[in-house]
Design a protein around this ligand. Structure first.
Ligand code: ZN
Length: 498
């Protein structure tokens, strides 16, 4: 990762240039995506002002643009959680060490990346406190206190919070020391009910990726080696990025009775017998912002799907003509009445070219320029960010055409991402072919695998591709493992992953 000081300098230089009103925006530029996707990615995030490096190593600041996108995602997920009767709540940040060590597999999974508080109020603590890497343990200590009878079930709680994981290498949104997410934790009387919950949550995640972020989501289950520490089954939504690498979008876990037994979440069932609760947990994080940038961004910067764009239409009056500004404000009011999010850019001392580039960089879906000519003819040219297409629209009916156009853009962006994913998906039947695809274009590979973890490790060592998931809709297919030739009954999806 680049040094924060370097970034700060670049930023302030850019700002002073912007203030002086010279159109150097384009020159400052973003590294082309095709040239170096990781530099491009960082450039886009910092320069669009989605996020910035912070003085804390590996932790970032979510700037208003990035946070606003996150809020649309929150709203979409909250709406779906409410339908599932999941309630929002908040639990403490610090977890007593003794709680964290209760579930053996869980603590082993997280031990290397824990941040531990040993001093409080100037004194050595009698018991260390862990900064939450996730909240299973602290929540389940309370669940044990609250759940006694089948009448107390199901219990379905969610929290929107931050978690800390001591990552050695960090990357904007995708891997960070501290990130934002939601974590939901449910307890049920029956396993079929908890399993239904696991899948309902996964559906909600896939929907938000597809309908809001315009990214196709592949639903499946993780292999034993890739599952969550403490879960019986981990389900996942896997996304394909344009560079051929997969990104794990979100996970939903069937915890079985593993935690309820460790934490004594016991209840009296309908037959009057003691039983342990069946549990689930599921989380969706700000990694999704990284997926959004990677999936749609281009050499001009960010490209936001309308549903998560804080500004959907920017109107730029050409020149400092008061009448034009008034016209633009009237258009804004008309569009806001039909639910479109509009900004009128009236900043003075900046060229039209500078403003165009600035809004392109921030990924605003539609740009409308309003000059004398437009007002006289009654037609304005709009520019569509994701395709670069220009259209001439009747100014008098913009409040009818623009909402439709935004829907059209949302759909077209999904289609484009879906076409990319299909082009990046291969089915192979030999290991030579597997290696060839991984070297040449990467992407998702569907291949028969024997489900032996040793085999999975070898494939990963040799090709950097790991199992991403067994798709939920995979059919049984008797054949031989692509690596070792032992019997296999399913085609798993492999990919190199972020
Ligand atoms: Zn094998």
């Amino acid at each position: 990762m680049k040094q924060p000081t370097h970034q700060t300098k670049t930023k302030s230089e850019a700002q002073s240039k912007a203030q002086s009103g010279t159109a150097t925006f384009q020159k400052r530029g973003v590294t082309p995506k095709s040239q170096n996707i990781s530099e491009w990615y960082t450039d886009v995030i910092v320069q669009s002002e989605m996020a910035d490096y912070s003085p804390v190593r590996g932790s970032i600041v979510y700037r208003p643009l990035g946070y606003a996108v996150w809020e649309y995602i929150q709203a979409a997920l909250n709406e779906r959680f409410k339908k599932m009767e999941i309630e929002n709540t908040y639990f403490p940040l610090l977890i007593p060490e003794s709680l964290l060590t209760k579930e053996k597999e869980h603590v082993e999974g997280f031990a290397p990346e824990l941040a531990v508080v040993t001093i409080g109020g100037g004194e050595q603590l009698a018991e260390k406190l862990i900064v939450r890497p996730t909240s299973e343990t602290i929540m389940y200590a309370m669940y044990a206190k609250w759940i006694h009878s089948h009448r107390d079930l199901p219990l379905k709680l969610n929290q929107w919070n931050n978690v800390v994981r001591w990552e050695k290498r960090t990357y904007f949104f995708l891997r960070g020391m501290e990130f934002l997410w939601q974590e939901a934790h449910t307890a049920h009387a029956y396993h079929d009910e908890s399993w239904r919950q696991v899948l309902d949550a996964l559906d909600a995640y896939a929907e938000v990726y597809e309908e809001y972020l315009a990214i196709p989501a592949l639903k499946g289950t993780k292999s034993t080696a890739e599952k969550f520490a403490g879960a019986d089954v981990t389900t996942t939504v896997e996304l394909m990025m344009p560079d051929g690498k997969a990104l794990q979008g979100a996970t939903s876990h069937d915890l079985g009775q593993n935690f309820s037994k460790s934490f004594n979440i016991a209840f009296q069932n309908v037959k009057g017998e003691q039983d342990f609760a069946w549990q689930t947990s599921f989380g969706y994080s700000t990694r999704s912002l990284g997926a959004l940038v990677l999936a749609h961004g281009d050499d001009q910067g960010l490209v936001l799907p309308p549903k998560v764009a804080p500004i959907q239409v920017v109107i730029i009056p050409i020149g400092d003509d008061d009448q034009l500004i008034e016209q633009a404000q009237m258009q804004r009011a008309a569009l806001e009445r039909v639910g479109v999010r509009v900004k009128v850019d009236t900043r003075e001392g900046m060229s039209l070219g500078y403003k165009r580039n600035a809004w392109e960089l921030k990924g605003v879906p539609v740009r409308l320029e309003l000059g004398r000519k437009e007002v006289e003819t009654g037609f304005a040219t709009i520019a569509i960010r994701h395709s670069g297409e220009k259209r001439s629209l009747d100014i008098a009916t913009l409040d009818a055409t623009l909402p439709k156009l935004l829907d059209e853009i949302q759909g077209a962006m999904f289609e484009k991402a879906e076409e990319m994913r299909q082009a990046m998906t291969s089915t192979v039947d030999s290991y030579d072919e597997f290696k060839k695809v991984m070297e040449e274009k990467r992407g998702f590979i569907h291949a028969l695998w024997c489900e032996d973890p040793a085999c999975e490790t070898k494939i990963k060592e040799e090709t950097k591709a790991s199992t991403r998931c067994l798709p939920l809709d995979a059919k049984e297919e008797i054949g031989k493992c692509v690596y070792c030739g032992k019997p296999a009954k399913h085609r798993w999806v492999f990919a190199q992953a972020y």
